[in-house]
Design a binder for this molecule. Structure first.
Ligand SMILES: [Fe+2]
Length: 283
């Protein structure tokens, strides 16, 4: 079934329909009726557990400041959760440090330590509280960027843009290399998840000049050591700083529900490459 959706995506791209379909989807997604659908999903997909701290399986993030992260995520669209345990990051990096530049979809299926991270009760509890609905994980992608051609540097990820998945969605990002001022650091424009102009909705992209002029000090670069974990509303304007330096980042996307547009996101060639490399790396 996923292959079918992947083929549909490719057909739409080859027919140059992607832009038209995207604009139509964005108008539907950001229209005033979205509040009704968000409420509806919250009723249908009530959070299964609202206990805090979460009970049962112990969390890797016992010191996470749940209310602070949640408040920042609600207000600014980004909440910092500190750093993941060193042993966990060391274990994950014993594999990811050897991967070539590429995207590795559904990496939790190949890496047992990443699986512990994406199923962590404190992470899920925070996402659940933020969405006010039972979350579903749509993507878990490991992104390795390094050097690259000019087209990589000026690609879509290097311009301010927003994404969306389902009526509500949130990304959990984990740096797996140290990320400094010279690195391909992630940048978010704080507060832009809450309001967008019709021009923003139609364009989906912002130039750096327009971003500086409109949002000034709301532009928030995210720097930090390997293991830095942050939550971000998918709909906030964000970008990746162009840099030739190697950067490895885990991108976990949770939404309040799954729909058919969420399928077909994992190219089979990347899955085969992931499995082949991890078979060797896990010995
Ligand atoms: Fe993006």
């Amino acid at each position: 079934m996923d292959r079918c959706f992947l083929s549909l995506r490719r057909l739409s791209q080859s027919l140059n329909l992607t832009r038209t379909v995207t604009i139509f989807r964005q108008l539907i997604h950001f229209g005033p009726w979205r509040h009704f659908f968000i409420l509806l999903v919250r009723v249908v997909r009530k959070p299964s557990c609202t206990a805090h701290p979460p009970q049962g399986q112990p969390s890797l993030f016992s010191s996470i400041k749940h209310s602070t992260v949640l408040a920042d995520l609600t207000d600014k669209g980004i909440g910092f959760a500190g750093t993941a345990p060193k042993e966990l990051i060391t274990a994950i990096r014993s594999r990811t440090d050897h991967l070539p530049k590429d995207h590795f979809p559904d990496i939790h299926e190949a890496d047992p330590d990443i699986r512990r991270l994406v199923t962590d009760p404190a992470v899920l509890d925070l996402v659940r509280h933020y969405l006010c609905a039972e979350p579903v994980m749509l993507e878990c992608t490991l992104i390795v960027t390094e050097g690259g051609s000019v087209s990589d540097q000026i690609g879509q990820q290097s311009s301010f843009h927003f994404d969306y998945a389902g009526w509500q969605s949130v990304n959990v990002f984990v740096y797996l290399t140290d990320v400094g001022e010279q690195s391909a650091f992630h940048t978010v424009i704080s507060g832009t998840h809450r309001r967008k102009t019709i021009g923003d909705i139609l364009k989906q992209f912002l130039s750096d000049d327009e971003a500086r002029e409109r949002f000034g000090n709301q532009i928030t670069p995210v720097l930090g050591p390997a293991g830095t974990v942050f939550f971000e509303n998918t709909e906030a304007f964000h970008k990746r700083q162009p840099s030739p330096e190697r950067r490895v980042m885990l991108n976990i996307l949770y939404a309040s529900h799954r729909n058919w547009l969420s399928k077909g996101r994992s190219p089979p060639a990347n899955i085969h490459l992931r499995d082949r490399l991890y078979r060797k790396l896990l010995g």
